[in-house]
Design a protein around this ligand. Sequence first.
Ligand SMILES: Cc1cc2nc3c(=O)[nH]c(=O)nc-3n(C[C@H](O)[C@H](O)[C@H](O)COP(=O)(O)OP(=O)(O)OC[C@H]3O[C@@H](n4cnc5c(N)ncnc54)[C@H](O)[C@@H]3O)c2cc1C
Length: 386
Amino acid sequence: MDFGFSEEQLELYEAVQEFCDDVLAPKAEETDAKGEFPWDNVKQMAQMDLFGIPVPEEYGGMGLSWMDWAVVGEQLAHACTTSGAVFAAHMLCMYPIMAFGSEEQKQKYLTPLATGEKIGAMGLTEPDVGSDAGSVKTKAKLVGDEYLLNGTKIFITNGGAAETYVVIANANPEKGMRGLTAFIVEKGMEGFEIGKNEKKMGFPSVPNTELIFQDARVPRENVLGREGRGFRVAMDLLDVGRIGMAIGAVGLAQKAYDDGVAYSLVREQFGQKISEFQAIQHQIADMAMEIEAGRLLARKAAWCKDNGSPELSKIAAMAKVYTSEVCARVCNRAVNIHGGHGYICDHAVQRYLRESKLFELVEGTSEIQRNVIALEVLKEAISQRK
Ligand SMILES: Cc1cc2nc3c(=O)[nH]c(=O)nc-3n(C[C@H](O)[C@H](O)[C@H](O)COP(=O)(O)OP(=O)(O)OC[C@H]3O[C@@H](n4cnc5c(N)ncnc54)[C@H](O)[C@@H]3O)c2cc1C
């Protein structure tokens, strides 16, 4: 299904596919195993202008759609999950500046992010603040023309590699979540340090670090939107983040499926290819069906973003929870199809299974997505009864 893509769109996807096939995919294992930020890949992605796909041309972007961003993000995740993750996390910083930034902030911060000259990251999570994003404890106190930030963020994707950070802190704790404020923070600002980089179950080349603020001096003009708007900024960026996770999950699931099917076509047991066993065929059928459904949902979420649909939060949450759970199931089945060989590191499917878990946990766990969906559908049901 080509979704009525234009010639220009198809040309872009073809160029990205060539890059994926020639550059990213052949060294995906090495990129993962190195445990280092994939600067080479990132530089080439920047040369192709991929980071700025939905950013207006006046700020160095390509001025294309969220659908284009979604299609390309899936291609990247399919070829190299590490590069796909960097690509998605970068948007968590770029999007809020695009949506809430002043003209000066866009000129100064959005343009180098869109061109990929600088990498971005977003800091919301703290040691005691995860799903309950409204209870952020990092404080921001206005002193003269600067805010002093104090607190610690954890697990921040692209931490350390990024030069630009969107950070949520509370500038007015007595107001609770209405005190939350989003700040643009630059690497190197006085009082801002990068802390430990976590060891994880997968994605060793994608940094997930602490951000430590000790009287970090952030100029007043770096407030995004206005003071007290941080919760809204966070919720809006999470809608986009969930599309990013959904396309990553579809890309990874497709890769695990491809490897599983390829193996089933060559592995022989009981004198026949294992793809000839109906038990294997049914697993393949379920995988193909669920990936297709997940892709449609992820693209519907991108469509909602492009068209300013009021259904965006609901569909993005549906896309995120569905695709992440499909991805985990598909990766598990891909290991099963490989039998014991799937547990051995010579095959990448064991890595995919480890990586798949991430998509269920970040940008809101599956439980939180279901809370969002239930809230939205019940709101709709109640309004229809009136
Ligand atoms: C690899 C990785 C990358 C990340 N990248 C970033 C990043 O770039 N920026 C950033 O800010 N954060 C990032 N995070 C943080 C991530 O978004 C959080 O870990 C996630 O939101 C869950 O928060 P938590 O870990 O504190 O879990 P908790 O909130 O403590 O949840 C624990 C369990 O309780 C459940 N639970 C909590 N509340 C409810 C509820 N109301 N109803 C039902 N169940 C509930 C959860 O679903 C979960 O099962 C990253 C995390 C990881 C692991």
